[in-house]
Design a protein around this ligand. Sequence first.
Ligand SMILES: [Zn+2]
Length: 101
Amino acid sequence: MKPHKSEDLHVRDNELKYRLEMAAERQRVTSDAERHRLKEAHWMHCPKCGQKLATERFGSVDIDVCPSCKGLWLDSNELETIMADAAKTSFFQSCLKMLRG
Ligand SMILES: [Zn+2]
């Protein structure tokens, strides 16, 4: 018997929660020195192409943009802020216009 869709979502949510807890546990065992070394090596570099990110102001949020591959990177809670802004303004059209020149 196939599980109901809400049961599928519940199983998927529990799986995601478990994976995030395991990832957090792996990070807890990382030493402070290793965390510092990783931050020094990767801070404000594009996770896709490794180029230095630029910060651009969009509405009420500072977004990290890769000038090379045009990737956009958001800090925690910035997506929620953008979505709230988008409800009030044409935020996404402004982003696309800026990126496409
Ligand atoms: Zn990039």
